[in-house]
Design a protein around this ligand. Structure first.
Ligand SMILES: *Cc1c(COP(=O)(O)O)cnc(C)c1O
Length: 228
């Protein structure tokens, strides 16, 4: 087995263990392989090992990889997980299947307008800021519902849920407490009637804490592809 294939098996095993500890069905947590900075060959290797969903942070780099792997396009789901500027929305709308970092209505409106007619709706998550840091991306928890309702009304987007990237915390319980803030916003939006199914929380270092807080999608780079 290749190193990437081996790493994928280990990450899948971590997810199963975390789900078991949290009393959750392992099938309820999806693995997004974050391939930023790694080449198309690494993605091809992970795909050969059964991985189907990939995340990219940098739009041009992601699009170059999507084009280099055009032969696998029908079997891969591409997620744009980085911060998104207005001048990149057209590229993202044309090439990706999912976008995780939406924190302003203007970006969502552009993505909806620019989504090509021949493609299915773009699947989106709002990024929520659970640390309260003013210079961080993400909508404030108190403003998430208003943004979610507006995004859910856009014709070419389908709002799937929330994403958060809390600061690293010193231990499991502290990390879990931050993830639980995102979970609370997720629950609030669902109680308000939004049909959300995706809580995108957790990375290589903290996926166990994220799963224990109810994550349904972990975004893992280093533990699969190696250090950057
Ligand atoms: C890089 C990145 C990840 C993966 O981080 P690792 O620590 O390498 O697992 C997940 N989510 C986002 C938004 C990232 O930018």
């Amino acid at each position: 087995m290749t190193m990437i294939g081996d790493n994928l098996q280990q990450v899948r095993a971590r997810i199963v263990t975390a789900c078991t500890a949290a009393g959750q069905d392992p099938a309820s947590v999806r693995l997004l392989a974050v391939s930023k900075t790694f080449g198309a060959d690494a993605v091809r290797e992970a795909h050969a090992a059964g991985q189907r969903a990939f995340g990219e942070n940098y739009v041009q780099e992601g699009v170059a990889k999507i084009e280099a792997l055009a032969d696998l396009r029908a079997g891969i789901e591409w997620h744009c997980i980085g911060p998104l500027q207005s001048n990149k929305t057209r590229l993202v709308a044309a090439h990706f299947d999912w976008v995780h970092g939406i924190d302003r209505l203007k970006i969502a409106e552009r993505l909806s307008e620019q989504r090509p007619a021949g493609l299915p709706a773009l699947q989106v998550c709002l990024q929520v800021n659970v640390d309260g840091g003013a210079n961080k991306s993400g909508v404030a928890a108190g403003e998430a519902l208003e943004l979610a309702l507006a995004v859910a009304a856009l014709p070419r987007l389908r709002l799937r849920g929330l994403m958060a990237i809390p600061e690293p915390a010193p231990d499991f319980d502290a990390q879990r407490a931050l993830f639980l803030r995102a979970r609370a916003v997720f629950d609030q939006l669902r109680e308000a009637g939004l049909a959300l199914d995706t809580l995108s929380l957790g990375m290589s270092a903290d996926l166990e804490a994220a799963v224990s807080a109810g994550s349904t999608m972990v975004r893992v780079g280093t533990a699969i592809f190696g250090g950057r």
